[in-house]
Design a protein around this ligand. Structure first.
Ligand code: NAD
Ligand code: TDX
Length: 339
């Protein structure tokens, strides 16, 4: 049996990042009666421009850190839900310097669930399929809600830790919570450190795209708008204490995605460089979203990857002012790592 929850006044942590800001747009476009307080520290990955046009009566911005318990004591009372996106999110950064991942992903989640418990606020935890580790390329299996946790990277192990904290707070304190674990997102406003925007903006700038290892690693791509609709569905209809996997049957290897990008951008298919592999690089992710689809009736709408990719390429072509200021520093960091 599904449950029904009608939020009126929510906090969205990390609402100036890629996926969190998409969720804020989703709420504004679909639920004009819901007030949103965005809590974001504006790290290198956060950009207020992502939500600036929305700021006003419905959407309010608070500049602050999720690790700040005093701020949470001031902010959380009066809200009826926290939707928690804020995280350090990039695997390569976690390999170079894990500490901020421990701080934000583990301690930050701890502070938030303590505040949610104290003020009896519902909590939705946004997590990743990477907590399950990886699958072999020839394995017919996909991840389900029953797959044991087996994270590989500093990033994914801190996300797994945060999931376990949220689960324990449900069991021990009765925290009203749900968790979602989603596959790889793509779409506009994604930081140029990530695979798809990195390659698109490289091509725009005349830099050759960079492919790690043998390029055969598989990711299960979902458009970020479908992630947002799934999180809303789980927040409002999901059963308390439950985990739901989010995915849209988008398995593709990196080489195929890169060739798609090159073709869409009118480049020869071999106009890229092979670079050294990521240490501990997960081989394949694949999501079985049957529970979300059958129990809550959710369906993705962006099912044509090629057209979603074309629109994403066009967004980066049309919005250089959004990504140019951070591009050179991002590439310099990769260059220093040999990638
Ligand atoms: P992102 O890096 O683009 O954005 C993260 C946001 O969180 C930024 O706005 C940043 O300023 C903010 N933030 C970071 N540390 C903070 C802190 N201590 N206090 C307050 N705000 C802080 O990340 P994203 O790709 O949008 O991912 C959002 C969430 O979705 C993360 O929890 C991530 O684990 C999860 N997720 C991402 C993907 C993906 O493909 N990108 C897939 C599944 C799940
Ligand atoms: O330049 C590159 N070349 C390359 O081959 C980069 C940046 C990446 N890659 C590969 C590594 C991965 O196999 O592309 C794939 C995707 O890489 P990322 O965009 O870094 O994503 P991934 O490591 O799969 O993690 C993403 O999905 C799950 C998000 O960053 C996480 O936040 C989310 O939890």
């Amino acid at each position: 049996m599904t449950e029904s929850f009608t939020p009126k006044n929510i906090i969205v942590t990390g609402g100036c990042g890629f996926i969190g800001s998409n969720f804020v747009h989703y709420v504004v476009n679909n639920h004009p009666d819901v007030h949103v307080t965005v809590l974001d520290a504006l790290t290198y990955a956060g950009n207020l421009e992502n939500i600036k046009p929305l700021l006003g009566d419905q959407v309010e911005f608070v500049h602050g850190n999720i690790c700040d318990a005093q701020l949470l004591d001031e902010l959380v009372p009066g809200h009826d839900a926290i939707v928690h996106y804020a995280a350090e999110s990039h695997n390569d950064n976690s390999i170079a310097d894990p500490e901020p991942f421990l701080k934000t992903n583990v301690e930050g989640t701890f502070r938030l669930i303590e505040a949610a418990r104290k003020y009896d606020v519902r909590f939705h935890h946004v997590s990743t399929d990477e907590v399950y580790g990886d699958l072999a390329l020839d394995d017919p299996a996909k991840f389900t809600e029953e797959t044991p946790y087996h994270p590989s990277s500093p990033y994914s192990s801190t996300k797994a830790s945060s999931d376990l904290l949220v689960r324990a707070w449900f069991r021990t304190y009765g925290l009203r919570m749900t968790i979602s674990n989603c596959s790889n997102n793509y779409g506009p406003y994604q930081h140029v450190e990530k695979f798809i925007p990195r390659q698109i903006t490289n091509i725009i700038e005349g830099i050759r795209p960079k492919l790690y290892g043998d390029g055969l690693n598989v990711r299960d791509w979902i458009h970020t708008e479908d992630h947002s609709s799934a999180v809303w569905t789980i927040l409002t209809q999901g059963r308390l204490g439950e985990t739901y996997l989010i995915g849209a049957n988008g398995e593709r290897n990196n080489l195929t995605v890169l060739k798609d990008i090159l073709r869409v951008m009118g480049q020869p298919e071999d106009a890229f460089d092979w670079v050294k592999d990521r240490p501990g690089h997960d081989r394949r992710y694949a999501i079985d979203a049957t529970k979300l689809r059958t129990e809550l009736g959710w369906k993705p709408t962006h099912t044509d990857f090629e057209s979603g990719l074309r629109a994403t390429v066009q967004w980066y072509v049309d919005n250089p002012q959004w990504w140019e200021p951070v591009k050179a520093a991002t590439e310099a960091k990769y260059k220093a790592q040999g990638q």
